[in-house]
Design a protein around this ligand. Structure first.
Ligand code: UDP
Length: 267
């Protein structure tokens, strides 16, 4: 795990979240690529956090990643409530064209792994239209069997990417990175949920004003209610309760500490 200086970082639930602008993140990514070391980035949102609460290997993955940033308003608000500090938001979907633009300028090699057959291809085509020098050195859909996994890994290894973007959904995508990033030898890897679906135009993104008021999750919910109602209605409620519980614990601990100090002074 690398240490970064000069950036605000906030620890909530034992996870260190770094406040970075998109530009700041791009600089870090450039450093990672130049160092040719393997670095993991996590775009943390409440859904990922709740899955990680269920699976300790996933929580460990998040806690020991090189960089964890706040993907969305849920984590930003949790940080504000628990630490009083405002941190920057980096959404995985918005990061894609920013990364593709800089990658095209710098000659970075991208590999897209995940989503239904044809979807990542469409997303890559769209980036190529926007940035003609965008270089995607390989694409693989996300519906391969365990038996095919080794072949997929070999294919990625041969393509020698600088950045591997994995969209297999929470847990599966990060566990793929955990298992194979070193073997592949790709400097930068991160999971990015449904980002290929959005950039391929398979799923419609919320209008900017809906994103700005922090309701993108609601937009997704009304588009795919059957699949997402549990994640957003139950998941978000549980997340809010966990944040409130953590806040109460913090206040209680502060109060206990003060009481202890006052008692010692009285003796
Ligand atoms: N996916 C995949 N392989 C699987 C399961 C899911 O490639 O075995 C893809 C799915 O097609 C979608 C992405 O993973 O493109 C995850 O989407 P989801 O909506 O779960 O992402 P998030 O909500 O985390 O952004």
């Amino acid at each position: 795990m690398k240490m970064f200086k000069n950036n605000i970082s906030i620890e909530i639930f034992g996870i260190k979240i770094v406040s970075l602008t998109y530009q700041g993140l791009l600089l870090r990514i450039e450093e990672f690529i130049q160092e040719k070391d393997t670095c993991r980035i996590v775009l943390l949102n409440p859904h990922l956090f709740l899955v990680a609460k269920k699976f300790s290997d996933y929580m460990k993955y998040i806690k020991y990643s090189d960089l964890v940033v706040a993907d969305g308003i849920g984590i930003v608000l949790a940080c504000l409530l628990l630490s009083g500090k405002i941190i920057k938001k980096i959404t995985g979907t918005d990061l894609m064209p920013i990364l593709a633009k800089t990658g095209a300028e710098k000659g970075w090699r991208f590999y897209f792994l995940g989503a239904k057959p044809g979807v990542a291809e469409k997303a890559a085509e769209n980036f190529k239209k926007m940035f003609p020098n965008f270089n995607v050195v390989g694409i693989q859909h996300g519906y391969f069997s365990i038996d095919e996994e080794k072949k997929v890994v070999e294919k990625i290894k041969k393509a020698k990417p600088d950045i591997l973007i994995v969209c297999l959904g929470a847990y599966k995508q990060e566990m793929f990175i955990e298992k194979y990033q070193k073997e592949i030898g790709v400097p930068v890897a991160f999971g990015n949920g449904a980002a290929f679906d959005f950039w391929a135009g398979e799923v419609k993104r919320a209008p900017r004003w809906v994103q700005n008021i922090g309701l993108e999750w609601f937009w997704r919910l009304i588009q795919e209610p059957k699949r997402l109602w549990k994640r957003y209605l139950i998941g978000n409620t549980i997340f809010i309760f966990l944040v409130i519980e953590e806040l109460i614990k913090k206040i209680f601990n502060k109060f206990k500490l003060r009481l202890g100090q006052d008692c010692r002074r009285c003796l």
